[in-house]
Design a protein around this ligand. Structure first.
Ligand code: SF4
Length: 759
């Protein structure tokens, strides 16, 4: 083959990895409309070329079996294809009928985006508003709502924090294995750098000797379910040995006297004993934290989905707060957000409670674990309709069997997704969407300080005929519901043609004149500004609103990042940069003093409020055996462990896993010996809610009495296709959840194992 006849080398196109919340910038080469090669994108201002090995598996995501037509359930339970006009009219009509008869608040919304796709979620608010739907939830409401609730209490308006491990002298991970689950940029190189530096230290609190714990200077291998005891003992030692930063507390904190008194009452020896960690090791960890110039701490699902989960988060935050490790390099800091009204910008508790269960709604999200109860209750305000988007609650929420019953009890449900998920298989209608590489997409996981990055990705693949992007799906539903009329948008398209300044003036005037349009603003933007955006980027129109809110909330941060102008002109400058920066854009740059300005902007005292009476009460009455199990179930199962070969449920093709194809149950070597089990033996794993069969993997990294199943297994490759491995939530129980935030205890499921005899 000569140089003239050789096929051209495909160009590298910028996009992002969607397999964890870091959303590293990547570049892909496309061949025959498939992702052929993947590499880290050096031009991405956040990840700067870093990508872990998981990104190489993205081609499998694109190979998920697709739905290419709207599907309507027949009376016999099977699905039939219908055209989009029929689907839009029927879905809007069925949801409107529920609204008209029972009220829009009986229609709940679940989802709005996974690790990489939040743009659709931005548009869903318009559909919800058109229906009067008031309750929504998503995966965060079974993970982070307790932490968000505490952040809101501590800080007020700007209420989400970022660690700074790159500059921290001491890094502490609590129920978090960043070697596998990442959670901050450049996780692996940063962990290696800390571990390799004798002047720095890595401390890990985890029942398992994880890959991160293997690197640690101090590993506190806590007994499952006793994190609160260990964290309380750690705090008590900091107080007892006078490692607290009293000057910081005096100047910057409020309401800390009662928590100090509670901590000082802790019986350190007894708490270490019940947590089953040597007191001397806990003291060593406390001294290393207390003596450090800078400490960063990160918690994750290991404590957020375990007994006392909100209390655990509170105690974790008190470690950096009481030692003054805040608003400095290497410490905890607040951060800007591209979408200040989005995921992490509205953490406060609302006055609403869920129907039938009366639980808190935090950050606009009701506890995901309570969904089946809110459907299956006799309460007249029970949920009767559901819109599920880019999410799979039948698989991801506790007690899948009960969730399937709840789906069947709804008057109507619609799922918007790319493939027939377990939830789609239970729905009345399924609307097919484009994948994350076939449309404009972004995430609002902009969680960094002092430099924060936003990345709008352009499509790199052509989608099949049939599926639509979520903005178009929501536009059609909103129009079918009659929530926006042509006269509402008169003149806005013409203004958009004149430019962003004219558009900002016209849009602002229209919203002031017709305030009922405000909750429908994303669809109004999509219809009027969208067609004028270059390169078919209509779906990005909603970001104009986010850019304006970002500019209004963080003008100094934007100016430090190089954006100019005042008011809407500053927002327009940010929007244009986001639209045209294919590799991502730095949208804010800050100095550490910004932390205090942000707190003062929302709270007159400008202080961090450390007193949360409800949690101090819980600490003072802490059970010695939280979540105590029935003796019939002597093991504690961690249901949903992140391993190198797990990727949530985004990739359904089982052939992508070269190792651990069945998702082995990990068991300690000591327990395996006692039960005469060897690697590969098959056991039945039994809980109060289910029974599943899995091969075992014996390991000395587990504590005796502790079991772990991986997440992301137990999904079908196409409706009716083969299911590989155990779906963890066939075993979990949604009623075992945190009393404050309703987060389920996936990491603490009482279980027993029964050996399956060969043959
Ligand atoms: S760290 Fe996360 S986003 Fe980055 S490449 Fe790995 S899985 Fe993808």
């Amino acid at each position: 083959m000569t140089a003239e006849t050789a096929p051209p080398v495909p160009e590298w196109q910028p996009t992002a990895c969607i397999l964890c919340a870091c959303n590293c910038g990547i570049e892909v080469q496309v061949a025959e409309n498939e992702i052929a090669r993947v590499k880290g994108d050096r031009a991405h201002p956040g990840s700067k070329g870093y990508a872990c090995e998981k990104a190489q598996r993205l081609p499998y995501y694109q190979r998920n079996p697709r739905i290419t037509s709207p599907l309507r359930r027949r009376p016999d339970g099977t699905f039939e294809e219908v055209d989009w006009d029929t689907a839009t009219a029927e879905v809007a009509g069925r949801l409107a009928a529920i609204r008209d008869e029972h009220g829009g608040e009986t229609i709940f919304y679940y989802g709005g985006g996974g690790q990489g796709n939040h743009l659709g979620g931005a548009y869903s608010g318009a559909t919800r508003s058109a229906l009067g739907s008031r309750f929504s939830s998503n995966a965060l409401a079974q993970e982070k709502t307790g932490e968000l609730w505490i952040d809101a209490h501590m800080f007020g308006r700007v209420a989400h924090t970022a660690p700074d491990f790159e500059h921290a002298e001491v890094a502490v991970f609590v129920g978090k294995n960043p070697w596998m689950s990442h959670g901050f940029p450049h996780a692996r190189p940063t962990l290696k750098a800390i571990a390799g530096d004798p002047e720095r230290a890595l401390i890990v609190i985890d029942p398992r000797r994880t890959e991160t714990a293997e690197l640690a200077d101090i590993h506190l291998q806590v007994k499952p379910g006793h994190d609160a005891h260990l964290l309380a003992a750690l705090l008590a030692i900091l107080a007892d040995e006078d490692w607290l930063d009293r000057a910081f507390l005096e100047e910057h904190a409020a309401n800390y006297e009662r928590i100090l008194a509670a901590v000082e009452d802790v019986d350190i020896a007894a708490y270490c004993r019940v947590a089953d960690v040597p007191e001397q090791l806990v003291r060593e960890a406390a001294r290393r934290i207390g003596a450090a110039e800078s400490v960063s701490i990160l918690e994750d699902l290991g404590i957020q989905q375990a007994p006392n989960s909100t209390l655990n988060s509170y105690l974790e935050k008190l470690i950096w707060a009481l030692t003054g490790n805040f608003a400095r390099p290497g410490c905890t800091n607040l951060h800007t957000q591209f979408s200040p009204n989005g995921l992490f910008g509205r953490s406060r508790e609302s006055r609403r409670t869920t129907p039938g269960t009366g639980e808190r709604v935090i950050g606009g999200m009701f506890p995901a674990a309570a969904i089946p109860e809110a459907i299956l209750t006799d309460d007249p305000a029970r949920f009767r309709g559901a819109i599920v988007e880019s999410s799979n609650p039948v698989h991801s929420l506790p007690d899948s069997q009960r969730m399937r019953e709840a789906m069947a009890a709804l008057d109507f449900s619609v799922v918007i997704d790319i493939t027939m998920t377990e939830t789609a298989q239970c729905a009345d209608f399924v609307l097919p969407a484009l994948t994350q590489y076939e449309k404009y997409e972004c995430t609002f996981f902009n969680l960094e300080f002092p430099v924060n990055v936003f990345h709008l990705r352009a499509p790199v693949l052509a989608g099949p005929e049939g599926p639509l992007g979520e903005p178009e799906i929501h536009r059609r539903l909103v129009r079918a519901l009659g929530a926006i009329g042509d006269d509402d948008l008169d003149g806005l398209r013409e203004a958009a043609r004149e430019g962003l300044d004219a558009y900002a003036a016209a849009f602002g005037a229209r919203m002031a004149e017709r305030p009922h349009l405000l909750p429908l603003a994303t669809v109004a933007l999509y219809e009027t500004l969208g067609p004028e955006l270059p390169d078919g980027a209509a779906a990005a129109a909603a970001l104009w609103g986010s850019a304006q809110m970002c500019a209004a909330s963080f003008p100094d941060s934007l100016r430090r990042a190089g954006f100019e102008g005042d008011g809407t002109a500053l927002g327009n400058a940010l929007f244009e940069a986001a639209l045209t920066s294919r590799h991502g854009v730095v949208f804010s740059v800050d100095e550490h003093d910004a932390n205090w300005r942000w707190i003062a902007a929302g709270r007159e005292s400008g202080r961090i409020d450390l007193g949360i009476d409800e949690l101090i009460d819980e600490l003072e009455s802490l059970d010695w055996e939280p979540g105590a199990a029935d003796p019939e179930y002597p093991f504690v199962l961690s249901a949903g462990e992140r391993r190198s070969n797990t990727a949530m449920t985004l990739i359904r093709d089982p052939s992508w896993r070269k190792r651990d194809p069945e998702g082995a149950l990990r068991i300690s070597t000591a327990d395996a010996e006692a039960l005469a089990l060897a690697d590969g033996d098959v056991v039945d794993l039994v809980t109060a809610r289910g029974r599943c069969r899995a091969p075992v993997e014996t390991t000395d990294a587990m504590r005796a009495g502790h079991l772990a199943l991986p997440n992301g297994y137990g999904i079908s490759f196409g409706a009716g296709g083969p299911v590989t491995g155990v779906a963890p939530n066939e075993l979990t129980d949604g009623t075992r959840r945190d009393p404050v935030a309703g987060t389920p205890w996936h990491k603490h499921v009482p279980a027993r194992i029964e050996k399956v005899e060969a043959g």
